[in-house]
Design a protein around this ligand. Structure first.
Ligand SMILES: Cc1ncc(C[n+]2csc(CCOP(=O)(O)OP(=O)(O)O)c2C)c(N)n1
Ligand SMILES: [Mg+2]
Length: 338
């Protein structure tokens, strides 16, 4: 089906890496399919924005950076939380509003955080994470560290003025930030064409002479290669890079979106380019897995998803006094003395 793109890629990938990617993408997909079901049962409440269709981006980026690098994103954040290494149990518990969640049940779907995993959220203000990502880049440079910060955003977020301020300072100060736009073609129900004359989003970087490029975000190998090259550039001290990753979300903007602004044919067309299927055909072509091996992966993923639901169900809600905890950081500022 969609295997042409896969065989075209220039590098060879090991069996281990391909199977790791496959299982990780499938985990994100099945985890979120379960979330959708649980929302219908009112186990999950509030906002719920699903990442289904975009998994090649989270997984491809994650394997091209180091665990001590930083990632910051918007509210469509379950996939990034999982690939950063936050246990699916903690992500599901957060969605349930339970105190074993990664934000202790007080963040919910849009606000997954983990200091331990250098995952800096989960942000509901469209574009808010772009200058925050630049700030993280500034902190890295100020401390003389060699990390990078990946600041992810949607195609709607790039129309915010904050992007331009962040791009300007990031280039002026050569901050170690990889800006990634996940262009899934829509901001809520508004298509990219309706929001700007400039529909090639990567071109926005050129105003600041920031190295910028469009990338096929449905192919994990391309995402991986381009991220690796960008991160090498950034880590060598040459400053930020901007990648526009072209992708598609199969589900509505949020769980309550009837999706009247696009046709079923359009959605089906993109499902033909499904990132999991592209990788699956590459795996099959190379004889990396047979039916039994795929079944075993399916089973492991199913078990992990069910375990996360059981964990979330069994966990308690935050106690009333926890309302006042984790609001301010205490004794963590080296520059503030009593
Ligand atoms: C500053 C601000 N304005 C408006 C909104 C309402 N809003 C929530 S999501 C969204 C669309 C953003 O689309 P995009 O950046 O493409 O991300 P996607 O949902 O496609 O991942 C809007 C306008 C908001 N949360 N914050
Ligand atoms: Mg979008």
């Amino acid at each position: 089906m969609a295997n042409k793109t896969a065989t075209k890629t220039k590098a060879e990938y090991s069996k281990e890496l391909c199977l790791h990617w496959y299982e990780e993408m499938l985990l994100q997909r099945k985890f979120e399919e379960k979330c959708k079901q649980l929302y219908g049962q009112q186990k999950i409440n509030g906002f719920l924005h699903l990442y289904i269709g975009q998994e090649a981006i989270s997984s491809g980026i994650e394997s091209a950076i180091r665990k001590d690098d930083y990632v910051i994103t918007a509210y469509r954040d379950h996939g990034n939380a999982i690939v950063r290494g936050i246990h699916p149990n903690e992500v599901m518990a957060e969605l349930f509003g339970k105190n074993t969640g990664c934000s202790r049940g007080k963040g919910g779907s849009m606000h997954m955080f983990s200091k331990e995993h250098n995952f800096l959220g989960g942000h509901g203000i469209v574009g808010g994470q772009i200058p925050l990502g630049a700030g993280v880049g500034f902190a890295i440079k100020y401390r003389g560290e060699d990390n990078v910060c990946v600041a992810m955003m949607g195609d709607g977020a790039v129309r915010q003025g904050a992007l331009h301020e962040a791009f300007n300072l990031a280039m002026t100060w050569k901050l170690p930030v990889l800006f990634v736009c996940e262009n899934n073609m829509y901001a809520m129900g508004t298509s990219v064409e309706r929001t700007s004359n400039v529909t090639d989003i990567y071109k926005l970087g050129s105003a600041y002479e920031m190295p910028s490029k469009a990338v096929d975000g449905m192919n994990i190998m391309t995402v991986y290669e381009e991220t690796k090259a960008a991160v090498e550039h950034i880590r060598s001290g040459k400053g930020p890079v901007f990648l526009e990753m072209k992708t598609y979300r199969y589900q509505g903007h949020s769980i309550s979106d009837p999706g009247k602004y696009r046709t079923k044919d359009e959605v089906d067309e993109f499902k033909e380019k499904d990132p999991i299927l592209i990788l699956k055909s590459y795996i099959m072509e190379n004889g990396f897995a047979d039916d039994a091996a795929f079944d075993a992966i399916d089973e492991r993923v199913k078990t992990a998803v069910q375990a996360s639901v059981d964990f979330a169900e069994a966990s308690p809600y935050p106690a009333p006094h926890e309302l006042y905890e984790d609001v301010y950081v205490e004794n963590d500022y080296p520059f503030i003395k009593d």
